[in-house]
Design a protein. Structure first.
Length: 226
């Protein structure tokens, strides 16, 4: 009973997210348009949870930066999920980059900045490579920015694996980024305009199947790791 009382906020959050998750997955399956709004509410709830954890964690470094990351995630999802004007997609991807940079800071802080210089060098080198090669092979701006975003996500995943050496409980972070990566791979495949209708639906479905669990884990990471 004491354990339940201590974790009541997390339990309520998880129950609400599970309900929203099951709801939009079901609505997506039967092709009901309102599912998009429910998806966005589920991400806003992650933001609310990150705000609550700032208070619970007494304004700790990681809880603050997690909240910043969730703010940019919500901005991104607004432009990529609710706003159907493609000219704003670039804004959505750029704000996702900022979210990943906040997670980069969190990961480096948790590792006492042991790999900071190697991390920064790797990220800068990858971004430079994309910026140089992208225009030469006539890749559009949105694709270049999307590739930059994906490299930041991939770096966060790889760097979060190093945290497991410090504490096995830290495995929760790479799990979140792993799900995030699979979501983005599904997004990329969805944008290829696959000719097979069943395959296209499966890819579209997988995007949200992987996405919310990753955000739920990321938004609550400070509760479990600090």
């Amino acid at each position: 009973m004491n354990f339940f009382k201590k974790n009541i906020v997390i339990f309520i959050f998880m129950i609400l997210e599970a309900f929203l998750y099951a709801s939009f997955l079901t609505l997506d399956f039967i092709n009901v348009g309102v599912a998009q709004n429910i998806k966005y509410v589920s991400i806003l709830l992650c933001l609310v949870m990150s705000f609550i954890l700032i208070i619970i964690k007494k304004y700790s470094f990681c809880s603050l930066f997690t909240c910043f990351a969730m703010i940019f995630t919500c901005i991104s999802d607004y432009f990529l999920l609710l706003n159907h004007d493609s000219k704003y997609y670039l804004v959505g991807v750029v704000t996702f980059i900022f979210a990943q940079l906040f997670y980069m800071v969190i990961i480096n802080q948790k590792s006492d900045y042991k790999y900071l210089y190697l991390d920064l060098f790797t990220r800068i080198a990858l971004v430079t490579l994309i910026v140089i090669i992208g225009p030469s092979i006539k890749v559009d701006t949105l694709t270049i920015v999307a590739l930059i975003y994906f490299t930041q996500l991939l770096c966060n995943f790889l760097n979060s694996l190093l945290l497991i050496k410090l504490n096995k409980k830290n495995a929760i972070l790479p799990i979140a980024f792993f799900l995030f990566i699979f979501c983005d791979i599904s997004v990329a495949l969805n944008n290829l305009n696959l000719n097979n209708e069943n395959l296209s639906f499966a890819v579209y479905y997988l995007m949200r199947l992987f996405y919310l669990p990753s955000q739920v884990i990321l938004s609550t990471n400070t509760y479990f790791l600090e």
